[in-house]
Design a protein around this ligand. Structure first.
Ligand code: EPU
Length: 432
């Protein structure tokens, strides 16, 4: 396992280019199973989650070729309906295979992806959609088994207690496009990643109305064809770099942004005092004056994204005054908080809110990453902290940020990836 050593206190300067979106790319790989023909995906981020997905598709029988570092070809001429637990358990997004497998083969067997450190992640809404379309779903021996012999179009509401479900909407949609008859999906997620999926399905020949809204109307077709599709930019990665600039008091140009995907986040940062100047598809971010405290509530799109909440906690930790960050999507997604406390942050958790009293400075410390976005938050905190921060378990980071340390190094950050054996003895023995 690798670790990061960060020497903080350096304002970041320069240009950074945003990669393709992880949360778009993963369902798009799954969608390629809806046809026997070749799908070419471009602007795919180079991430461990993408490699896991490619391995799963290969295991299912598809011919998966990496054409270049960011382009893939998938030819699923002949596939099977079951995926192995060993691969599926590594990545929650593998649940997105259910819809395409049932649509194409009329059955699927996918092991439940299992628990997750960011909170409870049930699949009841996925199941509701499958059953509404006539599939029989049972959980047996930890495997979700779906019999889709008798599927037909129907109307179903797929919203839940915490709002809409992103991968649940993707599953319902991917099933509906090849299901005979008309399907109406109400309460859909309208995240940009779902819109991206709709666009790819359209270029495969699917008939979808209401793209970008909570109400999708789908007219099932008999067959879909292959296509070439470019993955949208990663709005969460873009936001993470904007926050890296703000937390270090530097000036960054972040290239390859889709502004339509980031309204709530950009608006909040402007309110706090970050200067954000758009320029074509780039944004120049700097911090002209001291920042004001933040009031954040995470919500489904177009609200403030939960996937930037941890990084926002890092920024609030050194923003003078009292910030309140409330998590509405995953109410217990605060695993980064105890680690930020180790660096001198003043944070208390009240229900699903983090109450943060900005400290004058953070100090470097050994910290443990618990999940993808927590890793990013700890690295941002380390960049702003005085002294040395050691971030352990950064394999979480490799799931979702392409070449993170290289991009940060080009901006002047003192961050390096090291083998775990380089961890100072005093820290590794404290872990035991
Ligand atoms: N939910 C249910 N029942 C369901 C499905 C979801 O109650 O059947 C609840 C969840 O427990 C949660 C809320 O609905 O409270 C939203 O969950 P959602 O299903 O939208 O999450 P997801 O599709 O599993 C995707 C992203 C996550 C991101 C969430 C929310 C992918 C591969 N993952 O997960 O990304 O946090 O949407 O935007 O698209 C990340 O990138 O770090 C990450 C965790």
């Amino acid at each position: 396992m690798d670790i990061f050593r960060i020497c903080g206190g350096n304002p970041l300067h320069g240009k950074v280019k945003v990669s393709g979106s992880k949360n778009s790319a993963l369902p798009l790989f799954a969608a390629s199973l809806l046809t026997e023909e070749e799908t070419i995906l471009e602007n795919v981020p180079d991430l461990s989650d993408v490699n896991f997905m490619a391995e799963i598709l290969t295991e299912l029988g598809a011919k998966v070729i990496r054409i270049s570092s960011n382009s893939w070809s998938i030819i699923p001429s002949s596939i099977v309906h079951y995926a192995p637990y060993e691969l599926v358990r590594k990545m929650r997004a593998s649940i997105c295979l259910l819809g395409p497998l049932v649509a194409r083969l009329k059955r699927a067997e996918i092991p439940m992806p299992g628990g997750c450190v960011i909170g409870n992640r049930p699949i009841d809404l996925h199941v509701r959609a499958l059953e509404a379309l006539g599939a029989k779903v049972q959980l047996s021996g930890g495997v979700v088994k779906v019999d889709g012999k008798n599927i037909s179009g129907n109307s179903v509401f797929i919203g839940g207690r915490h709002g809409s479900t992103v991968t649940g909407t993707a599953n319902a949609l991917m099933l509906a496009v090849l299901t005979p008859g008309s399907t109406v999906l109400e309460g859909c997620a309208c995240e940009p990643e779902i819109t991206d999926l709709c666009h790819m399905l359209e270029s495969m020949g699917a008939n979808i109305q209401g793209i970008g809204s909570h109400l999708l109307k789908i007219e099932g077709v008999d067959k879909l064809s292959g296509c070439k599709h470019r993955v949208i930019p990663d709005r969460i990665e873009a936001g993470t770099y904007i926050l890296a600039g703000a937390i270090t008091g530097g000036e960054l140009t972040i290239e390859g942004i889709d502004f339509g995907h980031m309204g709530s986040f950009l608006d909040l940062l402007k309110t706090s005092g970050v200067s954000l100047v758009p320029q074509n598809q780039s944004i120049i971010s700097s911090v002209p004056t001291s920042l004001k405290p933040l009031e954040v509530v995470t919500l489904p799109f177009p609200g403030f994204p939960t996937d930037l909440q941890a990084q926002m906690c890092a920024l609030a930790s050194i923003t003078e005054g009292l910030s309140v960050i409330t998590e509405r999507v995953y109410p217990s997604r605060f695993m980064h908080v105890p680690e930020l406390l180790r660096m001198g942050a003043h944070i208390s958790i009240e229900g699903s809110s983090a109450i943060i009293r900005g400290a004058k400075r953070l100090t470097g410390a050994p910290v443990m990453a618990s999940d993808l976005r927590a890793s990013a938050a700890l690295i941002l905190a380390g960049l702003a902290a005085e002294g040395e921060t050691w971030v352990q378990r950064i394999y979480h980071l490799d799931r979702g940020y392409e070449k993170f340390e290289h991009k940060l190094q080009k901006l002047g950050a003192k961050v390096e990836r090291l083998p775990e054996s380089e961890l100072p003895k005093s820290i590794s023995s404290a872990n035991n």
